[in-house]
Design a binder for this molecule. Structure first.
Ligand code: 5AD
Ligand code: SF4
Length: 455
């Protein structure tokens, strides 16, 4: 992690970036490392060894937000133990939503920077070092930010995130994202391709295209001539790139070209994360989702037609205001009908400033608990069955890491299953064919039977 770089223009300083929440934040955290590298900052494994600690926060649910303050408290102790010789920055969506409050509530925080302003970090750090007043930047200019990001990426590994779209215009009534991340914005097609090429040159084999509504991607020209399907087709032509994924999509933004790409582009993995949130049309309407359970199921069918083995994932919210037992049953029925390979499910969390937080008939916590328990049991059963159905089959695994145990490596199947494979470190960075010998609820295990690309 702490590569000494002889070209480093400044003395080495320790940087610790802690990411919370979505993959978008993981990407942003990586880009902060890239931005700070020319200033001599190098990632360190532990926060106490850092000169600068960045908490890249998530505001999506109340629990995620609460975590920030307890984490600030923990880091403060480390800062105090070093006689204050550490800078603490709060970034991400909590910074955007509650920046001024953070500075008031936690004076140990040196600077606050929103998700569209982190390219200003070098300047903000300099200002914070001068200790001449509050350092808070929650300006909103995604174009400016992406233009300022260096093309060179530091630690990209074999599977990398690439942000292509940011923000959201959908305004689901429960969600803070349109307020914290701003309006939908697509990065220009050629800029994204340049970044993809740079990743491929760095040895990356899998690219995960990211966006809050990634399938609303329009190439930056607003006519969707260069939509996500076109982008995927271009990226698939890059020699080193063997796998492409994208997340997260909205059911209303699915277009024919993207669906067709699943049948035509070999590198596009047979997996789709398409959140539905609820199986009840009444709840979907109150959520302002602008689709019905039926139209969602029809969309999935279109994918099955072009890619029969495709695995589906989703997000669910239980206990949305006004959700009756009957509404919840409809969610359970939808899950039964789709048969998901994996899913994320949450209790509705009341977020200040969102329309749903002011709705009547908020659901009692114990009812939410019971519904979540029931839904998660069904989703876990489906995931376990999906994994078990792999036993005895061959599958290809992109090995990205050493396993926890000696003689074992870790990677992902085309269906995004976590896979543990018997074998040594020499398999890392390769796509290997394995025979699946066992399955659990969360992962599968297998034996290598051949090495494929990049061997
Ligand atoms: N309460 C619970 N879950 C939420 N999500 C977004 N906002 C809320 C909220 N207020 C969930 C949705 C979304 C995922 C990223 O987080 O399921 O798809
Ligand atoms: Fe939030 Fe809905 Fe936008 Fe997704 S589509 S980010 S859930 S408002």
């Amino acid at each position: 992690m702490t590569n000494e770089n002889s070209q480093s223009p400044k003395p080495k300083k320790g940087l610790f970036v802690q990411s919370y929440g979505c993959q978008m934040n993981v990407y942003d955290s990586e880009r902060m490392v890239d931005i700070l590298a020319p200033l001599g900052y190098r990632p360190v494994e532990n926060s106490e060894d850092a000169d600068l600690v960045v908490l890249n926060t998530c505001h999506i649910r109340e629990k995620a937000t609460e975590k920030v303050y307890s984490e600030i408290g923990r880091i403060k102790q480390q800062k105090d133990a070093k006689g204050g010789d550490m800078m603490i920055a709060v970034a991400g969506c909590v910074a955007q939503a509650e920046g001024a409050q953070i500075m008031k509530r936690a004076p140990t925080v040196d600077l606050v920077v929103g998700p569209q302003a982190y390219h200003h970090l070098p300047e903000l750090i300099a200002r914070a070092a001068r200790k001449s007043g509050e350092v808070l930047d929650t300006s909103f200019d995604a174009i400016d930010k992406f233009d300022a990001l260096p093309i060179k990426r530091e630690n990209t590994g074999y599977s990398a995130f690439l942000s292509v779209q940011e923000g959201c215009d959908k305004f689901c009534s429960f969600c803070v994202v349109p307020y914290t991340r701003g309006a939908e914005y697509s990065r220009p097609f050629d800029k994204v391709l340049d970044e993809a090429k740079a990743l491929a040159d760095n040895g990356v084999m899998e690219i995960n295209l990211l966006g809050q509504n990634v399938n609303a991607y329009n190439g930056g020209d607003d006519i969707k001539k260069h939509g996500l399907g076109a982008l995927i087709r271009e990226i698939s032509k890059l020699p080193n790139i063997k796998r492409i994924r994208y997340t997260t999509s909205h059911p209303c933004d699915m277009d024919e070209d993207l669906i067709m790409a699943h049948g035509e582009v070999e590198e596009l993995m047979p997996y789709l994360h398409l959140p539905v949130q609820s199986g009840s049309d009444k709840v979907l309407k109150a959520m302002n989702r602008k689709h019905t359970a039926k139209s969602y199921l029809e969309t999935l069918d279109k994918f099955r037609k072009v890619r029969p083995d495709i695995a589906f994932a989703s997000d669910f919210i239980v206990g949305f205001p006004g959700e009756s037992d009957e509404d919840f049953r409809e969610t359970m029925q939808l899950v039964e009908e789709v048969n998901y390979s994996s899913a994320f499910s949450f209790k509705y969390s009341r977020r200040p400033g969102t329309p749903a937080s002011g709705m009547m008939r908020q659901i009692a916590e114990d009812v939410k608990d019971a519904r979540l328990y029931e839904l998660q049991a069904l989703l876990a059963k489906q995931q376990g069955e999906f994994n078990a159905s792999s036993i005895g089959k061959n599958t290809k695994v992109l090995v990205t890491n050493k396993g926890k145990r000696e003689g074992q490596v870790f990677g992902k199947s085309p269906f995004l299953q976590s896979v543990f494979v018997s074998g040594g470190e020499e398999l890392v960075g390769k796509i290997i064919e394995i025979k699946v010998t066992g399955a659990g609820q969360q992962s599968i295990v297998g034996e290598p039977i051949g090495v494929f690309e990049n061997a």
